[in-house]
Structures are given as structure tokens and as C-alpha cells.
Design a protein around this ligand. Sequence first.
Ligand code: FEO
Length: 396
Amino acid sequence: MNIKVSNKVTWVGKLDYELRNFHGDQISTNYGSTYNSYLIQSDKNVLVDAVYTPFANEFIENLKKTIDLNKIDFIIINHSEPDHSGAINQLMEIIPNTPIYCTNSGAKALKGQYHKDWNFVIVKNGQKISIGEEEITFIEAPMMHWPDTMMFYLSGENILFSSDVFGQHFADAKMFDSLVNECDLFAETEKYYANIISPYNKKAAKKIDELIQMNLKIDVICPAHGVVWQKYIQNVLDLYKKWTNAELENQITIIYDSMYGNTKKIATAINEGIHRANKGIATVLHNISKSDSSNIITDVFRSKGIVVGSPAVNNGILNSVAGILEEIVNIDPTNTKAAVFGSYGWSPKPIDNISEKLKNAGYDVNLPVFKCLWAPDDARLEEARKFGEDIANSLL
Ligand code: FEO
């Protein structure tokens, strides 16, 4: 299936409705995803990115129906992760001398993954090339979210090819932002940002500012995943500006796991306390073992406050809590306050260690850790509610 994006640009990618996990099993993709490849046909014919390896045959067969492969003048690889470069390996067996335009890091990553010395043409930030009436301007965007990531702008058609930036795991054959469910689209855009790009928030902030300062006339954004932006370009740019600047929601996300229900009781009491403080703060509770971890990360990413709880287990904490902490410490902690709680039987140290880990990652942990020996009684639960009030008050 091909979709006309503009006069000279055709989408030649793959809709993967069945995809339910990405980056191994780490990220949930409840709406599937797309691997977006585009064909620009002007005086020069340019293929932009490809698709994930399992779809290589299908991609190549489809591409052949659109263009004689030998008429592709060059390929641009914006990002070498296998979900975009996988099919290149197979395509290059058919057109082995076709130049591949990419960043220096991109060439290294492609060589490292496919062990082929293709005809790489290294491009740099701001470099321009003409393909006829149109000009391509390359925009390197390292660590959004790999070192090799770049975008490019196509003048004439006024299209920004943005790689993973502005992407969403969202498979809908309508392929344009104005034609799909807006709520789902923006929710998936945020989830994508939180789970994939936010670990490099500060670099992303700089690049988004740079992009805005370029004053490009952007009529279309063609990301590497999900639908093409046309109607909501300003909205998605504004959201990226907000996210990269760590402008957070008035929300506290409480995440916990529990062995015998004691830590869960404390979590519930903390939540009651936050609402009793009556500061208009929304809360979300996630039992880590039961919630989708990508949704947890999205909630953590958007919250002004996070509260993390685990019982002590031997000398450590529950592995579910330890696992999500590994992701949380990678999220930009700017402007996020954190608090910690848990129950224990003989040593509270593992609960203190959660607090240390969050502090070391840069979270503002400004309240003492709430530790409960054995099971909380009514008095201790009331103290947990007061702890919740303190958390709410500390946010404002
Ligand atoms: Fe969609 Fe970072 O690859």
C-alpha cells in the first residue's frame, strides 16, 4: 500500500497493526505501529528510511510497484535503528552501489549492525543538497534518541522528515493526523516521547529550540512512526516545547508493589492524604506488577511528584520496583519531587536505598522516607495520610 503525502512525496512504509511490544518487550504498542518510509520523486529520486527486517520482502515488492529500484538515486537513513534500517540490508543486495546519506554516527551504526561497507555519504548539520526544484537541508539531532539521529527539511514541498521525533506508535491506514482519533493520537505521542526520547530531554530541548529558530515553513511533518502531521503541526511543536522544558502536570504518580498488602495500604493512605490536602492535584496509582510499565513511565514523566513504594525483601526490594526504577532514573528529573515509602520487618535500609537512588538521579527528595515496621495499624495509616498531605504541600 502506498499513500500520497504531497505532490512529490509518497509513503511506502509498513503498517504493523499486530505489533504489541517494541524495544523487545519493554514498550507496549496498543495501537500497533508503522515503519514509515517515503519516496521523494523529483529530478532525483530519494528513498527515505526503510522498514523493520521482518517486512523487508513485502517492502521491496511494494517499492518495485512504485519505482524501478535502479532509478533510486540515493537513500537517506535518518536513523539506523533496525526498525528503520532492517530492510536496507536486503534492498542493498539489489542496488548495492546506491549512495546512502547519513550522519557519521549513522554510518558507524549501520556498519556495526550489517557489516557492509556501503557507499556512505556523510552529511552534516545544515548541509544542503539540491534534488531538482527542491533542496534538502540536513538537521542533525544526536540523542533524539540515538547518536545518529537526524532530520531533514525538503523545501518546495515544505516537509520536515523528522525521524523518531514527533513519532507515535499508532497504526491507522488513514495516515494523517486530521483523520484519526485525536485523543488517542496525542496520548500515543506523549507515551512515545516519555518512553523513547525523554531520557535525552535536555539535548532534545536544545534541538527543538534550534528547529523553531530555523523558521522553516513546515506544511507537513513526516515522522518515522505513526501518522503524518498536517493539521496539528503547531500543537505537536508546542507539546515538544513543553515536554523538553520539563513543564510538568499538576499530578502525583504513586507507584508501588506489595507482598502482603501492607505497602499497598500505605500507598492508598498516602493517596487519601494528597486529596485531603485539597490542592487540586490529580493522582494516579500504579501497582507496578499489574500496570503497563510504559503507562507508568508516561505518568512519571508528566508528574510534578512521584511517590515510590516497596516492601523490604531480604536485603533488597521487590524486583518489579527495582526494574521500573531503572527506567525512572533515566527520565529527566528536572522539576520533579519524589517521596519514598514501604513496609519492612527487620531492616528498613532497602527502602532508604530507593530514596538514595532517586536522589542520585537528580530527583528532589525533600521528605523523610516513610517506613512502616510490619503492618500499619490505624494510627500509622493516619500518619501515612499526613505524609500524603506533606507531599501535596511540598509540590506547591
Ligand atoms: Fe524508530 Fe529509534 O527507531
